[in-house]
Design a binder for this molecule. Structure first.
Ligand code: CTP
Ligand code: MN
Ligand code: MN
Ligand code: MN
Length: 373
């Protein structure tokens, strides 16, 4: 078995923002397992182990080739004893017994299933599990369970929104959003963010950022867009959150904190005929309706915060988390989706582009398609 010499993996940074990670993952057999272990830790509210598995997976994703033996990962950051033991199992037996055991675990199965419903987080899933519920059907037929509006939409469109969104579908939605936004405001600025901006072929939703070139003009924009989508008959569900943005506040230290921009979480109806490659195509006889439901996120920051919002919403989650950790630990700066603050100089740093943010942090620029950490 070929083992790459230790020099081949030297100088890998512990921070994802100092690594270049494309969508091409040579170590999927390891990272899939790590991500399942991370998810299981999350269900058990073990934050430390959860983060450790996510970081380990992220480091492995950045490697230029597949790991063939344990010697090849010597000197790599973020790989703890636990992770190494799992990798050894996979290298020796081609599988991880620990994960196979987990996949059979009743609690893990139920929590994974419940959290796969839009609007259901780990807390609600745990509550349902404790009540003895195990299947989605049991949730729906249990009379004492009160679903909120988001969860009702989650169940209603479950089979559609648990199906991956293709790049062609994301592009078709991009056209619809673009037409809608520019019909309302011809000079509006619109950008695709999230996984599709990073070059992913599939996603769980499609994310967009929109703003206006003139400060303050973005305020009513999102509600107009929502109205227009409703008028077109394609708005299946909308959860709108108004802005709670405060310009004087310091950037948040905690990555888990949500940003304060105006945003909405939508479910839209996408006609099959509007998707490139599926136009005029013979439809699946079992699926005669010719449309599907898709999750879409729209965020509308004021234009002077556009670069921060674009960087934050492009992700990946791990890339964003490490950018903030790097800023704080290595530069004594606070970064979030709204601003960058220099604690030493005690001032907010001026930014108009993503490149400016990397430059202020003393980081080499990382292209969106290299942020799949
Ligand atoms: N994000 C954020 N604030 C939120 C929600 C999301 O900053 N309130 C960021 C996330 O950290 C992530 C990006 O926006 O980096 C996109 O989020 P999401 O759509 O959940 O993930 P994707 O990377 O697009 O992956 P997927 O293909 O599964 O949608
Ligand atoms: Mn246009
Ligand atoms: Mn997304
Ligand atoms: Mn999203």
């Amino acid at each position: 078995v070929y083992c790459s010499p230790p020099t081949a993996v030297a100088n890998v940074s512990q921070y994802a923002c100092q690594r270049r990670t494309t969508t091409e993952n040579h170590n999927k057999i390891f990272t899939d397992v790590m991500e399942e272990l991370a998810e299981s830790s999350e269900f058990n509210e073990s934050k430390g182990p959860c983060l450790a598995f996510r970081q380990a997976a992220s480091v492995l994703k950045s490697l230029p080739s597949a790991v063939q033996c344990l010697e090849a990962i010597q000197g790599l950051p973020c790989l703890g004893e636990h992770t190494k033991a799992v990798m050894e199992e996979i290298l020796t037996f081609g599988r991880s017994f620990k994960v196979e055991e987990l996949r059979c675990d009743e609690r893990y199965q139920a929590l994974k299933l419940f959290t796969s419903v839009f609007g259901v987080g780990p807390k609600t899933a745990e509550k349902w599990y404790r009540r003895g519920l195990r299947s989605l059907k049991e949730i729906l037929t249990e009379p004492s369970i009160q679903l909120n509006r988001m969860q009702r939409a989650g169940f209603l469109y479950y089979s559609d929104i648990s199906k991956a969104v293709s790049k062609a579908e994301a592009e078709a939605l991009g056209c619809i959003i673009e037409e809608t936004v520019h019909w309302i405001a011809p000079d509006a600025i619109l950008a695709l963010t999230g996984g599709f901006r990073r070059g992913k072929e599939y996603g769980h939703d499609v994310d967009f950022l929109l703003t206006m070139p003139e400060m303050g003009k973005e305020e009513g924009l999102l509600l107009h867009v929502i109205d227009r989508l409703r008028d077109q008959g394609i708005l299946l569900y909308c959860e709108y959150q108004g802005s709670t943005f405060d310009v004087s506040k310091l950037p948040s230290c905690r990555f888990e904190d949500m940003d304060h921009f105006q945003k909405c979480f939508l479910i839209l109806r996408l006609e099959q005929g509007q998707v490139e490659g599926e136009r005029g195509q013979q439809r699946d006889p079992g699926d005669s309706r010719g449309w599907r439901a898709v999750r879409v996120d729209l965020v509308a920051p004021p234009v002077d915060r556009y670069a921060f919002a674009l960087l934050g919403w492009t992700g990946s989650r791990q890339f964003g988390r490490d950018l903030r950790a790097f800023a704080q630990k290595e530069r004594q700066m606070l970064l979030d989706n709204h601003a960058l603050y220099d604690k030493t100089k005690q001032l907010f740093l001026p930014v108009t582009t993503e490149e400016d943010i990397f430059a202020h942090l003393g980081l080499e620029y990382v292209e969106p398609w290299q942020r799949n950490a």
